[in-house]
Design a protein around this ligand. Structure first.
Ligand code: AMP
Length: 384
């Protein structure tokens, strides 16, 4: 990476506030996918520069931010990024613990806090935290052996979901058990890795809430968003104005923000059931279910994440109108018919087409829910 050097001190005459603002200008990001790309894009109007560490030769953030090419645990690269950046953040939670440890030693602002990453990368720690905070979860048990799995099935009942504790996303590393005889095959399928067994939640909707807490302690919450998945992959997200679960979702997200002294955007995914919300997982980062905020909210999740980690005032999380975000999986659709949809905004991530890959999204905005329903129906968007 050329032109990287530690931030030069400003002139001694500059007013203190201006000096602080000038010093907090360089954002270092671990990971260079679409989330880093959209963070960097949101930072440009704020006068921010971004650089990221990613081993991929085709990292899609490279068109809007400078890339340090290297492994996430490459000590020299991490030090280089840290020396250049004023603040470091992440676009994914599976950052190697050595990397977090090394960054912590640099006396640099690293947000969200390492504890939040550690908790959300491990489903057992995450569910344990939910329980400690009084946030409802599915019944769960730690699984380290086939015998423990059989015992947990007896206690929790069936159906149930066996999930690896770490490295699971988009439904990967998960097996649904429907009968007692499924235990052996499920245990083999996850190759005997540390896991948790969860009771199967029969939900009416999957929802998420995007919350943000600044380094100043200021907090804000976006409207509850309904999410539709297919084959474990998010397909459609739609924020709901005055959702009946808004209060509970905010209360749960706030408990997590406060307990972790969190800084940045945090996403909490929940199941809605007739008995109330049940927490599934957190993501300590901007999230796919919040992409609609770019056009659908007064301030996008990306801008608010940057504001939060820089200690700037947070922007309004209010809806501008109705919005729905549709993911483009595998390949981008032709741009012409999409832009012919009233209120459509096209986001290509510049990624090569590949089955199952998130390569872009588009958001449709409208003045009212009724108008949006009509557009989604007319253009067949809800079934994509
Ligand atoms: P996850 O990776 O935990 O987000 O799970 C992926 C998807 O699997 C979720 O979006 C749900 O549709 C489904 N799922 C996960 N856990 C459960 C559960 N305990 N009960 C019912 N469905 C689940």
């Amino acid at each position: 990476m050329s032109g990287f050097s530690a931030a030069a001190p400003d002139s001694a005459e500059a007013p203190r506030a201006a000096q602080d603002a000038a010093l907090l200008r360089r954002i270092g990001i671990l990971g260079g996918g679409q989330l880093a790309r959209m963070l960097a894009l949101a930072g440009h109007p704020l006068g921010l520069e971004a650089a990221f560490l990613d081993p991929a030769p085709d990292a899609c953030a490279a068109v809007v931010a400078r890339q340090l090419r290297g492994a996430y645990d490459d000590g020299a690269k991490l030090e280089e990024l840290s020396a250049w950046a004023d603040v470091i953040t992440y676009e994914f939670e599976n950052v190697p613990p050595q990397a977090v440890h090394l960054l912590e030693q640099q006396e640099k602002r690293v947000y969200p806090p390492a504890q939040a990453l550690a908790i959300s990368r491990d489903r057992l720690s995450e569910k344990t935290l939910f329980t400690e905070l009084g946030i409802p979860t599915p019944a769960f048990a730690a699984i380290e052996s086939l015998e423990a799995l059989q015992e947990a099935v007896r206690i929790i009942g069936l159906p149930a979901v066996l999930k690896t504790r770490t490295m699971g996303y988009d439904g990967k590393g998960q097996v649904v058990l429907r009968k007692v005889e499924d235990c052996t095959a499920a245990w083999e399928q996850i190759q005997g890795r540390s896991a948790i067994l969860e009771g199967f939640v029969s939900f009416t909707r999957e929802v998420s809430i995007i919350a943000v807490r600044s380094s100043t302690g200021e907090e804000a919450f976006y409207p509850v968003t309904e999410n539709i998945h297919r084959e474990g992959i998010l397909r459609l997200s739609r924020p709901r104005r005055n959702d009946p679960r808004q209060g509970a979702a905010e209360t749960y997200a706030k408990k997590i923000l406060d307990r972790l002294q969190y800084v940045g955007v945090l996403t909490l995914e929940l199941f809605d059931t007739p008995q109330g919300l049940v927490a599934n997982e957190t993501a300590p980062r901007v999230h796919n279910s919040g992409h609609w905020t770019i056009e659908g909210a007064c301030t996008s999740q990306f801008e608010n994440h940057l504001r939060a980690i820089l200690g700037l005032p947070l922007g309004s999380t209010a809806l501008r109108g109705a919005a729905a975000m549709i993911n483009c999986i595998g390949a981008m659709p032709d741009i012409h018919p999409i832009l012919a949809i009233p209120g459509a905004h096209y986001h290509s991530y510049g990624k090569e087409a590949r089955p199952g890959r998130k390569v872009g999204h588009y958001t449709i905005t409208a003045d009212s829910d009724e108008a949006l329903d009509a557009i989604l129906e007319r253009y067949g968007c809800s079934s994509i």
